[in-house]
Structures are given as structure tokens and as C-alpha cells.
Design a protein around this ligand. Structure first.
Ligand code: DGJ
Length: 719
């Protein structure tokens, strides 16, 4: 099929509607066979109207937008796909060949096949529409149909086009121990990017996700059109927002093309990672709930599993422990009512390489017999005898130069021959793009699992790529992408062999928080900053994209080890209780009162955690907008709810925050009970209130001290 010059005015010939219950993404094929992007937003019932669509035909403007933009053809925006063809040609013009939609339970998958007009190249665009969740996932599959190698220079997952008068972008910035800080910008003309090129540990500085409020100058939880997105990829990413001269916005998202040209041999296919989109006509709150629902039903590994409350040894013991330190901690964990003990860093390597600090030992995954002569199985059995599950920390992608592994396999380290290897936290990165290293990393997991009856693995990753280079890769430009594919290959093998073990994705705290890794892991370690004062904002940001059920949040000691700030044990407990609750301190250093507060909270948490994990989150008040943060989780049947209120600033003498609830059953009444307290801050504690009172007027609370908090359980009357 050949391209008709001046095809801007070509009429649409065939419409392909990718729809969910309330949203539609409309694509159409014009006379020339070009597959164009028409719209994404509220559901369009009779999408066939696009069959007769006549676009603006002024060819000075870039009005027609391919569904998958390419370098070549008539579109001059950002190409999702740029190919260097075997004959040196640099242009790609895709034309529709066929499409099919397959329906599953609550899911419709549409695959559209496109071919280049001249080169032996096929592109398959895959859209999966999750009906009830209003989520559409999209990726591309690029197939070399020719006899010679081609090179992909840009191979983004997807491109969509929005049309609004203005675009308010909510994005995340941060660093180690300061993840998920929220920033809002009005998009100007030209390109705004969210990207990372650290290779691994890619989500400290930003996150491959966003919330976009359309036609809005203010962010709203409850009104206005919103598109939110997240990329399922744990390596370098790039999400470009290109506001063109007509005011429309192209979003191009996928693997960051920086230094990542991909050589595709004859017959090979490259499958890009999925980009997840949702659209809400009712503000950002609904967009987050859509993503959370989708994640729980389709996006997360084993979202039905209940997370045990835990004691993690890191901030309580660091590297200094022996068997008795650990068994004492387990005794304390059990007496507090916790359900798991996690042995963190420091349990492995011997002799000169013993892991007594971060300077040595990584790579030598043998038990440190001076610290724990009795063995891991002894600790695991001890935990189980106490009624606790047992978890253990590994960091299998890393090696210290001071280790037996490095002496044996210096060739496995990421570097460029001739250049110094730059250490980070005294360690080097293993080249996971190399299948031999993948086998080793899988072997670390596998052999640690054999050391005892292990229920949980904390998989850490404490550095990023500097001086990229692989002794395995023929094309160095494959390294970044192949590393992440190597990681997923290992995780897939792990899951095949160990479907039930719980895995936490940790990377110096929140350096690997994305929906790519969450296909294999049950949770993430949100941040190494456990300060409740800081977590108020961080957890707010996190919740915009990710559900609380994957958010590790621990009660730690004061002064906080990162910020040196002190908050009350109640405040720390109430913050940690809105995620996957854990404790990370030396219980022996707790006062009897502190222990009591934590025990009471752990007990209460067990009774409502199902609401936090599986319910709907309403962010009632944002930490960015005033002295109070309030989050309400409502069970799907609306019969129960948990309200968290955090007062983070002194306001005025006598000031009482007034919190208006959302999401309750109209016409119902709820009994309100304050938890985690001896004296309630609510005058109506223990009484029942109609939902219209709670939602229209709200609860006025005697929360006056900086960093004071309250937790309430709401139960529908007469159920
Ligand atoms: C970084 C993690 O984020 C911490 O929780 C802890 O596991 C340390 N690594 C151990 O080295």
C-alpha cells in the first residue's frame, strides 16, 4: 500500500474503539491506511461516528496524529518509534493491516497489525481494556520481517494525544530517603519530561508515573477530567509531554532511548513494556482508585495475600548482632503481637569478607558462622515456634570488591574495560544482562530459600549504574534494556519455583517502586526515611499511583535515624498503620508505655487492615494544602471505613480541624469509634452519625499539637 501525499484530508474509513465501562480511546484508519489517534476520555457510545470524521486539513499544522508515532511520514511530533532500516533508510510509515479484539473476563484485548509502506517491518499495537477499572494498558511489538538486522533508536511503548485548554501535571521528585515528593506544573508549549537514566534504582529522583488534570488550573480530588499513567518498567524510562502549537498534548512513554539502540535481527520481535492509563471524569481521587483497583485485580503479584505485621532488624541492630540479639528480638516481636521477623543485612560472608559493615561480603551468600553458628534454619524455626513468620534480606545483584565472588568473577561486574569502576556504597553492580549472572542471581535466591523455612525475602539493590558496560553484550547499547529484561527473567524463574514466598522490592528504600517489579513482588519498601513527619507527605504522593496494600511503612525509634526529628509513638504508629505495618527498632529500647501503644495499634490494625488493603481510598485533605492530612479507606461494600487524621502544624489557639468524609453510603448511619487512644479527640466518639452529617458537615476534632493524630473506625449501623 502506498502513501497518498496530502493525505491530511483523508476521511476515516474504519474506527477502532478501545473502551471500558466509562472511557474510550478512539483510533481510526483513514483512506491511506494510516492508523490515527482520535481521542481519549469519557466513553463514546457510538464511536462509529468517527468513520466519517474529516480532520482539519491545513497541512501547516500537524493535525493528524498516528496512533503510534514514527520518525518518517507526515507527523512531526515526537516519534514513539525510530528505526534505522537494513538499507540505511531512516523513515517508517505504518499502515493498517488488520486487527482483532478478544474478550476475556472483564478484559478486552485489541491487537492491531501495522506494516511499513516500504520496509519489511511489522508493528503490533496491543491495547488491553480493563472494563470495570477504567484502565487501558498499551504496548507495542516490533517485528523485523526482513533478512537483515535493523536498529531501533526509539522504541517507546505508546503515544496518546489529548486535547484540552490547559494541563496541570502532578509529578514526583525526590532522592534517597526523600521519595515521592509531589510537584505540580502547568505544562507550557514544547516538551516536559519525566525520566531517569540511572539504569537501576530508578525511582528515587522521579517515578515513571503521573497525574494530569485537564482544563484545570487547580488540582482537584473530586472534580474535573484527569488522566493518570504509570509505566511497567524498572529500568531507564521517559515520559514526554509534548504540548504542540495547536495546544494538544502528546504523551509518549516507555523505555528511555538514551544510549539504548536495540539491534533487531532477522525474524526477531521486541516487546515494549506496558503503559497503564486511566481516565476519570471525577477528579484525581477516582483516577487513583481506578489504578488501585486495577493493580489489585490485575497488576500486582498475589494481591489477595494478607501482609503480616513485622519486626525488621535493620534500624534496631544494623550489622551488630548475634543469634541471641535476634532471638530476643523475636521474643519481643511475638510479645508485641507482630506476625513476622525479618533478618536484614549482615548475616552472611565469613573471615576477611565477613559482612560486618557495608564494606565487604556482598556476593558471598554463605551464612556468617561467627554471628549465627546455629544457622538460618534455627532462626526460622525459632520464629515459627513463636508463631512468627520468618523473612531474610538479600542483595543479589551486587558485589563488594572485598568478596570471594569478586575475586572469582571480576568479569561479571558492570564496567567499561580500561576505566576505573566507580564504587557506590563500596559496592559494584553485577551485569544482569549476562545470562550467567542471571543464573547466579537466581541461585542466590534459591540457595537462601534452602537455608531454612523462609516465608519472605527482602530483595535490596543499593546502587545504580555508573560507567555502563557489559563484557557479555555484543552491542553495548543493549546493556540498559537487557539488564531490566534480565532482572525480570530472574524474577519470573523465582516465581515459577516459589509462587508463595512474599517478596519485598527494596532499593535503598524506594528506588525500585514501579508496576514492572510489582508483577513479581508483593510490596515495596517505600523509603529509608521512616520519620513519620516526612512520611505524611511521602505516603500521600505514593497513594496517587500505588495502593496502600504494597506500601511498607514502619514504626521506628526517635530521634529518627535519618532526620533526627522526634514525634510521639502514637503519631509514628498512626502513620505506619495506613500501609503495611511494621516495626523497625530495638524493642529493648522501648519504654513500657511505648510498647503498650504499639501493641494496641497492632491489635487494632489486624481488625481493619483488610479495609486498607482492599478498600477505596479517599484523600480528604492533602498535606500540601494545610495543617491537616486526612485519608479515609472505605470497604467495597461501604459497611466499614477507617479514617486517619494527621495534624502537622500548630494553627491557632483553640483551632479544631473539621474533616468532611466521602464515599460513605448515602442514607446510612455509622458508629464512629476512635482507636489507638486512651482519651478521644472526638466528642462524638462511640456515637452514630448519619452519612450526610459526616460528609456535609464533618467531624471536628480536638487535634491541636503539632504531629498529633487520630484513627477512627466507622461501622454502618443495622447491617
Ligand atoms: C537499604 C534498605 O533500604 C534498608 O532498609 C536496609 O535493608 C539496608 N539497605 C541494608 O543494607
Amino acid at each position: 500500500m502506498c502513501f497518498i501525499a496530502g493525505g491530511f484530508s483523508a476521511r476515516a474509513q474504519r474506527t477502532i474503539a478501545i473502551s471500558t465501562k466509562n472511557t474510550s480511546m478512539i483510533l481510526s484508519v483513514d483512506k491511506s491506511g494510516s492508523l490515527d489517534f482520535q481521542a481519549y476520555g469519557k466513553r463514546i457510545e457510538r464511536a462509529g461516528v468517527f468513520d466519517a470524521f474529516v480532520p482539519n486539513d491545513d497541512h501547516h499544522l500537524n493535525m493528524r496524529v498516528p496512533a503510534y508515532t514514527t520518525r518518517g511520514g507526515d507527523y512531526i511530533g515526537a516519534p514513539a518509534l525510530s528505526v534505522m532500516h537494513a538499507d540505511g533508510g531512516m523513515n517508517t510509515e505504518l499502515r493498517y493491516v488488520s486487527h482483532e479484539t478478544v474478550k476475556g473476563e472483564g478484559v478486552e484485548k485489541t491487537t492491531i497489525i501495522l506494516h511499513d509502506t516500504m520496509q519489511p517491518l511489522e508493528v503490533r499495537l496491543v491495547y488491553v481494556a480493563y472494563q470495570d477499572e477504567d484502565v487501558i494498558e498499551s504496548h507495542s511489538e516490533i517485528v523485523n520481517l526482513g533478512k537483515k538486522e535493523i536498529v531501533l533508536t526509539d522504541y517507546f511503548s505508546s503515544s496518546v494525544m489529548l486535547n484540552a485548554s490547559r494541563y496541570l501535571l502532578t509529578r514526583f521528585w525526590g532522592s534517597w530517603a526523600h521519595e515521592f515528593q509531589v510537584e505540580r506544573v502547568q505544562l507550557s508549549h514544547g516538551v516536559t519530561s519525566i525520566e531517569d537514566y540511572c539504569g537501576v534504582r530508578t525511582t528515587h529522583k522521579s517515578n515513571p508515573s503521573f497525574v494530569l488534570s485537564l482544563d484545570a488550573s487547580e488540582f482537584s480530588e473530586t472534580s474535573g477530567e484527569v488522566v493518570a499513567g504509570a509505566l511497567k518498567w524498572s529500568g531507564n524510562y521517559k515520559i514526554d509531554f509534548y504540548r504542540d502549537e495547536t495546544g494538544r498534548l502528546q504523551i509518549r512513554s516507555g523505555i528511555n532511548p538514551m544510549s539504548s539502540e536495540w539491534h533487531l535481527s532477522k525474524g526477531e520481535t521486541f516487546v515494549t513494556p506496558d503503559m497503564v492509563y486511566t481516565f476519570s471524569a471525577n477528579g484525581a481521587g477516582q483516577a487513583s482508585r481506578n489504578l488501585h483497583d486495577w493493580a489489585r485485580r490485575f497488576g500486582l503479584y498475589d494481591a489477595a495475600a494478607v501482609a503480616p505485621t513485622l519486626l525488621n532488624s535493620w534500624e534496631g541492630a544494623y550489622f551488630a548482632f548475634d543469634t541471641k540479639t535476634l532471638t530476643d528480638m523475636m521474643d519481643d516481636a511475638a510479645s508485641i503481637g507482630l506476625e513476622m521477623f525479618v533478618l536484614d543485612d549482615g548475616w552472611f560472608a565469613n573471615g576477611e569478607f565477613a559482612r560486618n559493615s557495608d564494606k565487604s561480603g556482598l556476593g558471598d551468600w554463605q551464612l556468617n558462622t561467627s554471628k549465627i553458628p546455629e544457622g538460618i534454619s534455627y532462626l526460622a524455626d525459632y520464629a515459627h515456634a513463636k508463631g512468627l513468620k520468618f523473612g531474610i534480606w538479600i542483595e543479589p545483584e551486587m558485589v563488594n570488591p572485598k568478596s570471594g565472588l569478586y575475586q572469582k568473577h571480576p568479569d561479571w561486574v558492570v564496567n567499561e574495560p580500561g576505566r576505573d569502576i566507580i564504587p557506590l556504597r563500596n559496592q559494584y553492580l553485577l551485569d544482569l544482562s549476562n545470562p550467567a549472572v542471571q543464573d547466579f542471581v537466581f541461585g542466590v535466591f534459591d540457595s537462601v530459600m534452602q537455608m531454612g523455612d523462609i516465608d519472605y525475602i527482602k530483595w535490596d539493590c543499593n546502587r545504580h549504574v555508573l560507567n555502563m558496560g557489559s563484557s557479555f553484550q555484543k552491542h553495548q547499547s543493549h546493556f540498559y534494556t537487557a539488564y531490566t529484561l534480565g532482572l525480570y527473567n530472574v524474577l519470573a524463574r523465582v516465581r515459577e519455583k516459589y509462587p508463595k514466598v512474599m517478596i519485598q522490592s527494596c532499593s535503598s528504600g524506594g528506588g525500585r517502586v514501579d508496576y514492572g517489579v510489582l508483577q513479581y513482588t508483593n510490596e515495596v519498601w517505600t523509603s529509608d526515611d521512616t520519620d513519620a513527619a516526612v512520611r505524611t507527605q511521602m505516603q500521600y504522593g505514593f497513594s496517587l499511583i500505588y495502593p496502600s496494600m504494597v506500601m511498607g511503612s514502619h514504626i521506628s525509634a526517635v530521634p529518627n535515624h535519618q532526620t533526627h526529628l522526634s514525634t510521639s509513638i502514637k503519631y509514628r504508629t498512626d502513620i505506619a498503620s495506613s500501609g503495611r505495618l511494621g516495626v523497625e527498632l530495638q524493642p529493648k529500647q522501648m519504654t513500657a508505655d511505648e510498647k503498650k501503644v504499639v501493641m494496641r495499634a497492632v491489635d487494632g490494625y489486624k481488625s481493619f487492615r483488610d479495609i486498607i488493603y482492599q478498600g477505596d481510598l479517599y484523600r480528604l485533605q492533602s498535606p500540601y494544602d494545610g495543617p491537616d492530612t486526612a485519608n479515609l479507606y472505605v470497604s467495597k461494600d461501604k459497611k466499614r471505613a477507617v479514617l486517619f487524621v494527621y495534624h502537622t502544624e500548630y494553627v491557632l489557639k483553640g483551632f479544631m480541624p473539621q474533616i468532611r468524609l466521602q464515599g460513605l453510603q448515602d442514607g446510612a448511619s455509622y458508629k464512629v469509634t476512635e482507636l489507638n487512644c486512651t482519651k478521644s479527640v472526638f466528642w462524638g466518639n462511640g456515637k452514630s452519625f448519619d452519612s450526610d452529617y459526616l460528609q456535609s458537615f464533618g467531624m471536628n476534632l480536638k487535634l491541636r499539637d503539632t504531629y498529633s493524630s487520630a484513627v477512627f473506625l466507622l461501622e454502618m449501623d443495622n447491617q
